[in-house]
Design a protein around this ligand. Structure first.
Ligand code: CA
Length: 243
C-alpha cells in the first residue's frame, strides 16, 4: 500500500479469460486491486474466505453457475455483488429468483457504465457500514425512529425489519428501498425517482430494471402472497408505493 487509503479490492468471477483480463485491466486503471476466479467453485471459495469490497459475477461458469454462487455468498456475507449477464433470459431469471445480488449489467457492457456501477455499489456499502456502527446516519437525522405500517415494523436504529411479528433479512438495497417508500406512505415514486434517490446513479448510468428486480425481491420477502400485495403496491405505468 503506497498511500494511506487502502485500495478497494474486487473479485472477478469470469471464465472467459479475455473478458476477465479486460476487467482486471480496467479495475487496475480505475485504482482498484483485483483477484480473479475462473470458475464458480473457486469464486465462491474466494468470496467466502477473503474480504472483498465488491464482486463481479458472471452467470455461465464452469463447476457452479453464477446463480448458485450468488445465493451461497449471500447466505453468509453482504459483499456487494454485481451480476454480469449475457442474455435477456438471464435477467428474467434474476428477476424471478431471490438471489440477493445488488445490481447487474448486461454484456456487452461499456466500461464507463460498469465502473460507475462498481463505484456506486462500493460507496453505498461503505456508507451503510457507518450506519451499522453508529446506528445513525448523518445524512438522515430522522434515522433513529421506528416506522410502523400495520404489521410492518422498521426499526431504523437497529436496521431491522419485522413483518407479522417475524424478523426478515433484507439486503442493503432492499432495506433502503423499503425505508424510502415507507417514510412517505401513499406517495407514488416513479422508477426514475427511486433509481436516483435510492441508488444515486447519475442520470443515464441507471438501469430501470434494477428497481424492478429489487422491488420484486422485497415483495417476495414482505408479502404473504406476492401476487396480492398488501404493502408494496405497483401503480400502473407510474411507479411503486407503500400503503
Ligand atoms: Ca461465462
Amino acid at each position: 500500500m503506497d498511500n494511506n487509503t487502502k485500495k478497494k479490492k474486487i473479485l472477478i468471477v469470469e471464465d472467459e479469460k479475455n473478458i476477465a483480463q479486460m476487467l482486471a485491466f480496467n479495475m487496475t486503471a480505475a485504482g482498484y486491486d483485483y483477484d480473479i476466479a475462473y470458475d464458480g467453485e473457486l469464486g465462491l471459495d474466494k468470496a467466502l474466505n477473503i474480504d472483498f469490497d465488491l464482486i463481479l459475477l458472471d452467470i455461465m461458469l464452469p463447476k457452479m453457475d453464477g446463480f448458485e454462487v450468488c445465493r451461497r455468498i449471500r447466505a453468509k456475507k453482504s459483499t456487494p455483488i454485481i451480476i454480469v449477464t449475457a442474455r435477456e433470459e438471464e435477467i428474467d431469471k434474476i428477476l424471478g429468483l431471490d438471489l440477493g445480488a445488488d445490481d447487474y449489467v448486461t454484456k456487452p457492457f461499456s466500461i464507463k457504465v460498469l465502473l460507475a456501477r462498481v463505484k456506486s455499489n462500493i460507496r453505498r456499502a461503505a456508507g451503510e457500514l457507518v450506519l451499522d456502527q453508529s446506528g445513525m446516519s448523518s445524512e438522515q437525522p430522522g434515522q433513529s425512529q421506528t416506522i410502523k405500517i400495520r404489521d410492518l415494523v422498521i426499526d431504523c436504529a437497529r436496521y431491522q425489519v419485522t413483518i407479522r411479528g417475524e424478523a426478515i433479512l433484507l439486503t442493503k438495497k432492499e432495506y433502503e428501498l423499503l425505508l424510502h417508500l415507507a417514510k412517505n406512505p401513499g406517495k407514488v415514486f416513479s422508477r426514475e425517482e427511486l433509481l436516483e434517490e435510492v441508488w444515486g446513479y447519475e442520470g443515464f448510468y441507471g438501469d430501470l430494471n434494477t428497481v424492478d428486480v429489487t422491488v420484486s425481491r422485497l415483495r417476495s420477502k414482505l408479502e404473504a402472497d406476492s401476487s396480492k400485495p398488501e404493502y408494496l403496491f405497483t401503480k400502473r405505468t407510474m411507479g411503486y408505493y407503500i400503503k
